[in-house]
Design a binder for this molecule. Sequence first.
Ligand SMILES: Cc1cc2nc3c(=O)[nH]c(=O)nc-3n(C[C@H](O)[C@H](O)[C@H](O)COP(=O)(O)OP(=O)(O)OC[C@H]3O[C@@H](n4cnc5c(N)ncnc54)[C@H](O)[C@@H]3O)c2cc1C
Length: 238
Amino acid sequence: MKVFIIHAHPESQSFNGALTRAAIASLVEAGHEVKVSGLYEMGWQPVSGRDNFTTVKDPSYFKQQLEEVYATEQNGFAPDIQAELEKLDWCDVLIFQFPLWWFGLPAILKGWVDRVFVMGKIYGGGAWYDNGYFKGKRAFCSVTMGGPAAMYSESGLNGDINQILFPINHGIFYFVGFDVLPPYLVHSPVKLSDSERQARIAEYALYVLGTGSRAPIEYKRLADYNANFVARPDGKSS
Ligand SMILES: Cc1cc2nc3c(=O)[nH]c(=O)nc-3n(C[C@H](O)[C@H](O)[C@H](O)COP(=O)(O)OP(=O)(O)OC[C@H]3O[C@@H](n4cnc5c(N)ncnc54)[C@H](O)[C@@H]3O)c2cc1C
């Protein structure tokens, strides 16, 4: 497997850092190839704007998606975005490693998605969901949280973690065609004992090795929706 890890944590000694290091060691030892974009370490610039491009389609009104389509045609992406696009094309598996911040992605990682998942190359023109650009590739989240597991259960105070991750799993990964694997979750690592934390790190080192054989989350396909993008009541595909 060729595995691309997007690592988003400001402290290299963090538990997130330990998970990423364990994944790299385990994958490399098993003969897989790994590339990592450590967003803080790279000084990733997460704010979208004209700096995303070396080309300009419309100098009088900035419309990001229009500029993305033009840059796709003209090879006009800024070098930092171009480098990430090449790593995405290279990989078979994409992993987002992050702490849950305000029930979502840390801004630096959201900004990576905003700038790198470009219209024209990665989506648009009928390329989305099960007809998406990354069809045949796999992606998943490896997430840590402050709150305990019960708090993130269906009836828990914070709500079901699978619903919280839906905008990432379905709205980002599946939208661009990835098969989405179940997330790897670590609740409250700070409250675990050192040996419990090391056990979770060791478990994750094994979890990443199973990426190729793990069953994806079952989402409906495009054919399961009618012309208004509403699921067919009879459940029949077109
Ligand atoms: C802006 C912000 C928003 C947040 N929003 C939410 C939210 O919406 N929901 C929520 O639940 N939480 C939230 N949190 C909490 C956050 O998700 C957790 O603090 C975070 O996930 C914990 O992971 P960490 O890597 O930062 O842990 P750390 O605090 O870095 O690590 C936990 C412990 O693991 C130890 N450790 C590191 N490496 C190893 C190793 N190799 N072996 C053993 N132990 C090790 C560390 O020393 C530390 O004691 C938020 C936090 C912030 C800052």
